[in-house]
Design a protein around this ligand. Structure first.
Ligand code: FNR
Length: 353
């Protein structure tokens, strides 16, 4: 097996090994203010949202994970089955492996084969050329492209890239020339407002802040190392909640998406309330398809829908957009971050009237 396929299998194994049922995310550190009169009924609530020019019945998607080996082909097939049944947008993992080794293409293409009419995203790293990005899109017949930025992962990864000097230029080129809508995402380290502004400046319209709190690629790559350890970097980065607060005032200039540590319908609702237009889940979907299989996963997500409608009714909000008018209370360490970064956190506590 080549080193790229081996790495893909190790990522899946380690993500699953390090998966924690109890959320470690900052979603636990925000609360809604309860108001006693919702004044709506469950039938009034719509879970519909949109991303990258595509209307979606549900405001969440299966975020980029895998492909590049036999084992991950099977996982992609399972995930695609779930995506097809529930009409979810689904992203592949980085298609780099298939660009380098064309014989691995079918482990990605399976996503399209299982779900011929689905909205599918191909995924590449920010060091790739426009030509490679086009090849990734072609392999999956993808409707859109995800470009991932993952500096901490590359540097902790023993065989990772060491030249990170051209990423913004490459992103600018790809956005201008790839011919499909583009989303730029982190991989669980979150974004700052400076980062989001740089992306806006190079023409990016869709950003997934993908923050800390779930899958931890510093920890995953550290576990793959055989020489000295980088365990002091396992705490690197901003949580998804902090990242959304950082980017909040830029929502007029860019479409915000969120992922990182999202495990439940309640987490999804909280991310939407902080300004995300849709929410991505990776580790949680991986955990469900590997352990429960696609059918049971579909059942679980059907239950999530009901729960999301219940929570939105409780909040008196009939649409995803209206969730941005909910009242949120933050725990102290989130407030400390906002204080130091000059983010007006108080406004979130009194948005409902
Ligand atoms: C990932 N992620 C990822 N992201 C990306 O853009 N390209 C990739 O190839 C991968 N590969 C990958 C493999 C596995 C096994 C996992 C679990 C995740 C990162 C992913 O899209 C997401 O940004 C982070 O995992 C944070 O979200 P969760 O897992 O906490 O929901």
């Amino acid at each position: 097996m080549n080193i790229d396929s081996k790495r893909k299998d190790e990522h899946v194994e380690l993500a699953e090994k390090q998966y924690q049922t109890a959320s470690q995310s900052d979603f636990q550190k925000i609360r809604f203010v309860h108001h006693s009169f919702p004044q709506i009924k469950t039938d009034d609530v719509s879970l519909a949202s949109h991303m990258l020019g595509h209307d979606m019945p549900l405001p969440f998607y299966i975020n980029g994970m895998t492909g590049g080996s036999d084992k991950t082909k099977d996982i992609n097939a399972r995930l695609a089955e779930v995506a097809k049944e529930l009409n979810l947008v689904m992203a592949s993992g980085s298609v780099s492996a298939a660009i380098k080794h064309p014989e691995l293409s079918d482990s990605f293409r399976v996503i399209r084969e299982v779900n011929p009419n689905g909205f599918v995203l191909a995924n590449v790293g920010a060091h790739h050329s426009v030509e490679n990005a086009k090849r990734a899109v072609a392999i999956l017949e993808a409707n859109a492209l995800q470009i991932h930025v993952n500096a901490p992962q590359e540097l902790v990864m023993p065989e990772g890239d060491r030249d990170l000097s051209m990423w913004l230029n490459q992103i600018e080129q790809i956005v201008a020339n790839v011919g499909v809508p583009v989303m730029v995402k982190e991989v669980g380290f979150g974004m700052s407002r400076e980062t989001v502004q740089q992306l806006i400046n190079v023409g990016v319209e869709w950003v997934d802040v993908s923050g800390r709190g779930g899958t931890n690629f510093a920890a995953i790559e550290n576990a793959r190392r055989t020489t000295f350890s980088y365990d002091d970097l396992e705490n690197w980065g901003q949580s998804t909640v902090i990242s959304l607060l950082e980017a909040h005032d830029m929502a007029d200039d860019v479409h915000l998406l969120a992922s990182g540590g999202v495990k439940s319908p309640y987490d999804i609702i909280k991310a939407l309330s902080l300004g995300a237009e849709a929410v991505g889940l990776s580790g949680q979907f991986l955990h469900m398809v590997v352990n429960d299989g696609p059918e049971k996963t579909i059942e679980t997500v059907e239950a999530w829908k009901e729960k999301m409608i219940a929570i939105m009714t409780l909040l008196g909000k009939t649409s995803v957009k209206e969730l941005q008018k909910t009242d949120l209370i933050f725990q102290r360490d989130i407030i400390d971050w906002c204080d130091m970064r000059g983010i007006d956190y108080r406004k979130f506590s009194k948005r409902s009237n």
